[in-house]
Design a protein around this ligand. Structure first.
Ligand code: 4NP
Length: 169
């Protein structure tokens, strides 16, 4: 049976972010959501925030220096060691948020039948019509891509938390 994510009672939820390499977007997402949760005084709603990649290309590596730079410039602490998604993650996390459609497809393909995670594009929490819902891979581009990723992640995180607090996430 699939359990619906819930924020009722004492049930804290667990959230994970997934991209391809787990060195650029998803460690940034993890850091941004953790920071926004604290700023919005909503730590009582979330148990665990983590991230991983669909690939193991960079397993054991720290975040890309451009992710560290943009987080640092915005006062957001970032600290993560890259790892690849594993099957147990689909029962550990209430939500797994994909950055782009390829991540989403890979996660949907991997998800064991009956496991609990709700897999979604994080961009489902976009409330700005001018903002792209897809968080594009910034790895091969310049600093602008990291800036855009940060802006999107900050907006999606705050929308997610607002809805989580309202019971409508
Ligand atoms: P990420 O970016 O998926 O946001 O961590 C990438 C990092 C590394 C590679 C691709 C994307 N790579 O091909 O090594």
């Amino acid at each position: 049976m699939t359990r619906e994510p819930s924020n009722s009672g004492d049930n804290k939820i667990s959230v994970a972010f997934c991209c391809l390499g787990n060195i650029c977007r998803s460690p940034m997402a993890e850091a941004v959501l953790r920071h926004a949760t604290s700023e919005m005084n909503l730590s009582h709603l979330i148990n665990e925030i983590d991230s991983f990649g669909t690939s193991g290309f960079h397993s054991g590596d720290g975040p890309d220096r451009r992710t560290v730079q943009i987080c640092r410039a915005n006062g957001v602490p970032v600290n993560h060691v890259s790892r690849q998604v594993q099957l147990s993650d689909f029962d550990r996390f209430d939500y797994i948020f994909a950055m782009d459609r390829e991540n989403l497809e890979d996660l949907n393909y991997m998800q064991p039948r009956g496991s609990k995670s709700k897999i979604m594009l994080f961009g489902a929490y976009c409330e700005d019509a001018k903002m792209d819902k897809i968080i594009s891979d910034p790895y091969y581009g310049g600093p602008d891509g990291f800036q855009s990723s940060f802006r999107q992640l900050d907006h999606f995180s705050r929308t997610f938390l607002k809805r989580l607090a309202a019971g409508t996430a």
